[in-house]
Ligand binder design. Structure first.
Ligand code: ATP
Length: 212
């Protein structure tokens, strides 16, 4: 385990990562980046949090939350550090990350420091998130490399000032050119998704007839 900087000799005892997403479906890009960040930052746990109602995606285009939740459980169950939280599925209305982090802080107490995992593609949209400055004050963001999305730190600084640059840390991780959009398109045209999603997720998609 390579624990990168940012660790303190005093302060919170537990370091927990949060990976929010639509997970429609979850794929090996999500799993690989989560494991790479976990290892690099010495996080004891990564919470995968499927959004019930993603604020930035039209509800009609998103698969029912219970399917996305179950696929996330199937994909993560073999990793003892990965856990799936239904916290956003139990909350009505748009799934804002800030509300999730406040709820997790209340649940875990002051002994836990949260790290918010994103792909570098999200850096470009982060300034539009609900109460993003407050959110940056609550937890550090780790941005894992995603092909075709160079972290634009100058833009970050323009849009969010010093706070963006101080609280969002790009991390070079192995890059996989995989997206849920591409997987949905592959299923629709009858192409293989083997090895792009875990076998159990592939079987679940087939069994439930998703993305046809
Ligand atoms: P879609 O294609 O439907 O927009 P997606 O593949 O981007 O979906 P999300 O569930 O929206 O998946 O992503 C959740 C989080 O995981 C985001 O922070 C996103 O940047 C990150 N992520 C997704 N795929 C990758 C990948 N291949 N490499 C690194 N990060 C990724």
């Amino acid at each position: 385990m390579a624990v990168t900087g940012l660790q303190a000799t005093t302060g919170p005892k537990h370091r927990v990562g949060i990976l929010g997403g639509t997970f429609d479906p979850i794929h090996v890009g999500h799993l690989m980046m989560a494991e790479a960040v976990r290892d690099e930052y010495g996080l004891e746990e990564i919470l995968f949090i499927p959004a019930a109602t993603p604020p930035h995606k039209p509800a009609s285009q998103v698969t029912a939350a219970h399917h996305r939740y179950l696929m996330t459980v199937l994909a993560t169950c073999s990793n003892p550090h990965f856990r799936v939280s239904d916290i956003e599925m139990k909350r009505p209305g748009p799934s804002y990350s800030i509300d999730t982090v406040y709820a997790l802080q209340r649940e875990r107490g002051e002994d836990t420091e949260f790290f918010f995992l994103i792909g570098t593609d999200v850096i470009a949209e982060i300034a539009t998130w609900d109460r993003v400055e407050e959110l940056l004050g609550l937890c550090r963001f780790i941005a894992a490399s995603r092909p075709g999305a160079e972290p634009d730190l100058a833009r970050l600084r323009r849009e969010l000032g010093g706070l963006g640059a101080e609280r969002i840390h790009p991390l070079a991780t192995p890059e996989l050119s995989i997206s849920s959009t591409d997987i949905r398109q592959r299923v629709r045209r009858g192409a293989s998704i083997k090895y792009i999603v875990p076998a159990a997720v592939e079987q679940y998609i087939k069994k439930e007839g998703l993305y046809r």
